[in-house]
Design a protein around this ligand. Structure first.
Ligand SMILES: Cc1cc2nc3c(=O)[nH]c(=O)nc-3n(C[C@H](O)[C@H](O)[C@H](O)COP(=O)(O)OP(=O)(O)OC[C@H]3O[C@@H](n4cnc5c(N)ncnc54)[C@H](O)[C@@H]3O)c2cc1C
Length: 460
């Protein structure tokens, strides 16, 4: 019964997801009179803002992940189950998992988001995504496998397709990954692949909207585009990739970019679980919550972070999908759960925006502060490094990241270009462990502007 969890004398708070929101909530409930049960399909917390560095060989996967059990060692009211949550049964106060049912007094859904392919099947089948650590490792292997393949290819178009990289989505992830790939082309590949004519390798950053970094200031948008152009990235705005087949990324019925390497960073969907009342689930699978994160129509079910669609005066279309939103909502929800236990009224959430930033490459980043102040270049880059270093979970991870960054800075290049587990597209599984095609039914139709759902990066 209930996956052998101890029968609790205190109310049980079940948290689904150990990402930014779930982790913070469980930590904030350490001294609350509740039993905390976290359920996640991974036994580690994944620091998503640095996934692109794993994908481009700048950091090891281990340095951006941290074991959940280690984080909570010593927290007496905390229990963890490694399980895939498949649905919610509000009438029974239970969640369904692959291990069996788990009952709750309060349920907090913090399951984050998934890549949104906008219903374009050929892209879902053939593109690479960057939402999880396996995704990032696959991407790293795939790019290097294709360079190896390019050495053997004699057909000029096929060779070009193996060398070209197309990044779709001009939000911070797209900007960061194209900048990092351009650095790799400049500093790493000439030494590793002297037989390849790297002058022919092209990196494209394709954005459906009129500008990169949609939610940032005009200055940041222009500076980031300028930096990318300096690095030789071809920036295509007002352009939508409509399909990817036989090594061709089509941006109209007949026009295409030859590429085997297409990285889809154009948008995300929520991850609403079956059983959540349909009235609360939005078109892009987020879950509508009130100002204390309670799911519409459910007294004891809450959603936080990327999953939660919370409308405020400042965010009439819903708060952005950002780590600080998830963490701040978790902070307040921990206090509100205690208030509810005492029969008090919960407090309303207000997002405190600390600013947004995006890194382009070494010595180049753009930062917008909430007071309208904008800075860039070396100072922006240093701020980005410092903030990401202190936000990384675990002392070891901070040290490893710092040493790895310092080493690549002074040795001029990403060090980690091993193909440890060769990537085969036919085996592709997404972060949920499902084959890509199984997700086709769950993704949105291509009826929204991709850039409308891109996230801005944040300062902290
Ligand atoms: C490449 C990339 C770069 C980013 N960069 C930034 C940045 O610079 N700044 C910023 O503020 N934000 C950034 N973000 C966004 C940020 O990572 C998210 O806003 C944040 O992770 C949301 O936190 P969350 O707790 O809602 O979900 P997540 O952190 O995504 O955690 C969700 C957790 O739920 C688990 N889970 C999901 N479904 C199930 C299930 N059915 N059963 C069991 N477990 C489940 C997952 O395994 C995961 O551990 C970035 C995101 C990506 C992908």
């Amino acid at each position: 019964m209930d996956t052998n969890l101890p029968v609790a004398a205190q109310p049980r708070v079940v948290i689904v997801g150990g990402g930014f929101g779930g982790l913070r909530l469980a930590q904030e409930l350490a001294d609350a009179p509740v039993q905390v049960v976290m359920v996640d399909r991974n036994n580690y917390h994944n620091f998503q803002p640095l996934l692109y560095q794993v994908a481009t060989g700048a950091l090891e996967a281990d340095s951006i992940a941290y074991p959940v059990r280690k984080i909570f060692a010593g927290q007496k009211n905390f229990f963890f189950r490694l399980a895939d949550v498949r649905g919610v049964r509000p009438a029974d106060n239970a969640i369904e998992t692959n291990l069996g049912d788990i009952h709750y007094d309060y349920l907090v859904l913090a399951t984050g988001s998934l890549t949104n392919f906008f219903g374009i099947e050929s892209i879902e089948k053939n593109a690479m995504q960057i939402k999880s650590i396996p995704n990032a490792l696959n991407l790293r292997s795939f790019i290097f496998q294709n360079f190896e393949q390019a050495l053997l290819e004699n057909d000029p178009e096929k060779k070009q397709a193996l060398l070209n990289i197309v990044v779709v989505g001009g939000g911070p992830t797209g900007v960061e990954i194209s900048g990092s790939l351009a650095e790799m082309r400049k500093r790493v590949l000439p030494g590793d692949y002297p037989e390849l004519d790297l002058g022919k390798m092209q990196i494209f950053l394709v954005e459906a909207g009129p500008a990169l970094l949609g939610p940032m200031s005009k200055k940041s948008q222009q500076d980031a585009e300028g930096y990318l152009k300096e690095l030789g990235v071809k920036v295509l705005t007002n352009t939508s990739i409509k399909g990817l087949e036989n090594g061709r990324a089509y941006y109209s019925d007949t026009e295409y970019i030859p590429t085997e390497n297409l990285i889809w960073a154009a948008g995300v969907n929520g991850t609403a679980l079956p059983g959540i009342p349909a009235a609360a689930v939005t078109r892009n699978k987020r879950v509508t919550v009130n100002r204390w994160n309670q799911v519409e129509g459910e007294a004891n079910i809450f959603a936080i972070g990327d999953l939660a669609n919370m409308v405020t005066e400042d965010a009439p279309k819903g708060l952005p999908m950002l780590a600080p939103v998830a963490q701040q909502q978790a902070d307040l929800l921990a206090k509100n759960i205690e208030r509810l236990l005492k029969g008090e009224k919960p407090e309303e959430f207000n997002y405190f925006d600390k600013g947004v930033m995006a890194i382009v490459s070494r010595n180049r980043a753009v930062v917008d502060m909430p007071n309208g102040w904008h800075f860039k270049g070396f100072l922006g880059w240093l701020s980005w490094l410092f903030i990401h270093l202190i936000l990384l979970v675990g002392f070891r991870n901070r040290i490893v990241a710092l040493v790895t960054w310092a080493f690549s800075y002074f040795s001029s290049g990403q060090a980690l270009r091993l193909i440890i587990r060769p990537f085969n597209k036919r085996d592709v599984k997404d972060s949920t462990g499902k084959k890509a095609a199984e997700h086709a039914a769950a993704t949105l139709e291509y009826n929204a502007t991709p850039s409308a759902v891109q996230r801005p990066a944040t300062v902290g």
